[in-house]
Design a protein around this ligand. Structure first.
Ligand code: RBZ
Ligand code: NIO
Length: 342
């Protein structure tokens, strides 16, 4: 691959190959440790699986969560011209400002669970093209935003909860799912920020128009991403890949964040093997998406916010799971009698 950042899809495809293997020996060691901890075998349920997952993807029996990061990418969408959101596109920048001043839901969740927050605005003075008429992004632009996403993952992060802000992006996500998985736009389109029936009809019509306009060019996942996606969706895909290569586990947020994961999964399921589904969103057939990705959500709280809020909620749970794994005493250490008769 040529030196420097990727400039084209062929450059990007190099980065999607030769992935580091999962650390199965570390996962096995973590599983063995779980069996030694002072609790009935298996009694921590999925918390035990989470500890093993962290060990597998951080490559150590005793994983760390010293630098858990919530990473939000923000982008604007030309498709809002079709009247697909209940809110105006100016809300994207306004919410980025709100994140900076601490007034958003995600700020409070980060505070509650001691998570760092990093927000990356992606050229908010302009929007992508309206994808009912033209590709949302050129190949160069999609690649550049994918690369910005990769560069946004700090080397010292030990868990990244990934999310987005971008008025109109549930339409983009629904179009991506319709392109990747087939099925009717009406099935994939949810109410997003709360569009009324007329708004939902416009959303479905926009996805129909997009599939008609781009239908002949949607066989490659990266083409789906550039034609129907958005800058923040490309950047989330890049961040997921960078984390995969750097041994950093990912928590996926909801309906929109999973569209980035779905593009990667369509390219190669191994690209999202280090991802846990933080939650199941209440928006637009997210349960179906998670089933296709092979991910069982950690939480199902009826949330449909975005801005990494579901992933961040799950990060609190992951922290508790790891605290049990690393902090609990073994039967030998605590001199507690083990299971009798075995
Ligand atoms: C105040 C406000 C805060 C938000 N935080 C996340 N979103 C969420 O809603 C948007 C997607 O919904 P749609 O496709 O219907 O526009 C995204 O920005 C998403 O992150 C918000 C939306 C609003 C209005
Ligand atoms: O689940 C999501 O990602 C979502 C749902 C509604 C609005 N924005 C995002």
């Amino acid at each position: 691959m040529p030196p420097g950042p990727p400039r084209s899809f062929p450059d990007l495809l190099y980065l999607l190959r030769d992935l580091p293997p999962p650390a199965e020996a570390s996962a096995a060691a973590a599983r063995a440790r779980q069996a030694e901890l002072t609790k009935p075998q298996g009694s921590l349920g999925r918390l035990e699986e989470i500890a093993e997952f962290l060990a597998r993807w951080q490559g150590r029996e005793m994983p760390a969560l010293e630098h858990p990061l919530v990473l939000i990418f923000a982008g604007n969408h030309g498709v809002v011209a079709q009247g697909v959101s209940a809110y105006p596109p100016s809300v994207t920048q306004a919410m980025v400002d709100n994140f900076a001043s601490g007034g958003a839901a995600i700020n409070q969740i980060c505070k509650a669970f001691a998570l760092d927050l990093k927000v990356v605005p992606l050229d908010l003075a302009t929007a992508t093209e309206d994808f009912t008429r033209a590709p949302a992004m050129s190949e160069a632009e999609a690649t550049a935003h994918f690369a910005r996403g990769m560069a946004a993952v700090p080397a010292n992060a030990d868990l990244v909860a990934i999310g987005e802000m971008g008025i109109g992006n549930t339409t983009s996500a629904a179009a991506i799912y319709a392109a990747l998985y087939g099925g009717l736009p009406a099935y994939w389109a949810g109410r997003g920020t709360g569009v009324d029936d007329a708004g939902l009809a416009r959303k479905i019509a926009a996805i129909d128009a997009a599939l008609a306009a781009h239908g002949a060019h949607l066989s490659q996942p990266l083409e789906v991403l550039r034609r129907l996606g958005g800058r923040e969706i490309a950047a989330m895909a890049g961040a997921i890949v960078a984390a995969r290569r750097a041994g950093i586990p990912i928590l996926l947020d909801g309906y929109v964040a999973c569209a980035a994961a779905a593009v990667l999964h369509a390219q190669d399921p191994e690209l999202i093997a280090h991802c846990l589904a933080g939650h199941q969103s209440a928006d637009g057939a997210h349960a179906n998406v998670l089933a296709r990705l092979g991910k069982r959500p950690l939480l199902d709280l009826g949330m449909r916010l975005g801005e990494a809020s579901g992933a961040a909620m799950a990060a609190g749970l992951v922290k508790a799971a790891l605290a049990c794994h690393t902090g609990m005493a073994t039967f030998a250490e605590a001199q507690v009698a083990g299971k009798s008769g075995s």
